[in-house]
Design a protein around this ligand. Sequence first.
Ligand code: CA
Length: 223
Amino acid sequence: MKKILIVEDEKSIARFLELELQHEQFEVTVCHNGRNGLETALNGNYECILLDVMLPGLNGIEVCRRIRKESDVPIILLTARDAVLDRVAGLDAGADDYIVKPFAIEELLARIRTIFRRIQPKVENDQKLIIRDLCIDTTAYEVVFEGQKLELTRTEYDLLKLLVEQKNKVCTRELILEHVWGYETEVETNVVDVYIRHLRAKLKTEKTPYIETVRGVGYVMRE
Ligand code: CA
């Protein structure tokens, strides 16, 4: 049974999510504030965390940032409508995805399924993807860059893998959203830019930068 942690201070929403997820055969834990949520997240082996942004005490963005320092557990933020800044800050803090309240439970379940699909290693992709001094071992889920192992979140990994698989071809933001986030959505394309920024910071090199921007179109990695 997969374990999910819900951190949500509105008890009626938390209870509703708990019942729905239990119905879907998840083992569910609920916390009603940020501090408790952080502690529980770090001490339990959760496969996914649903994290409200507006929490008393420690807000969701900060909880997310602190979890990310220690764990790459998938995190889906629950954000308020119109809180674009929250979403960008949340992704910057290392969240994998977000969903805007109020949402249909089916949509949330679809997001969770997408995350679990991404986690499952694909056996048929048993190979190494290489570009210049960067090597992705898709069976071990390991990335080695200029001789050093690179620590990436799952979303960063998926994005990098896509760019390397498509090397020398320009990936549009829409294509990236579709492949990495994997659903039809109104997610702003600037989410892609946020993740590209993360990757660039991790792929620092003295040589030609690895990820090239094609203005107005998207991104490309070249040999
Ligand atoms: Ca709240």
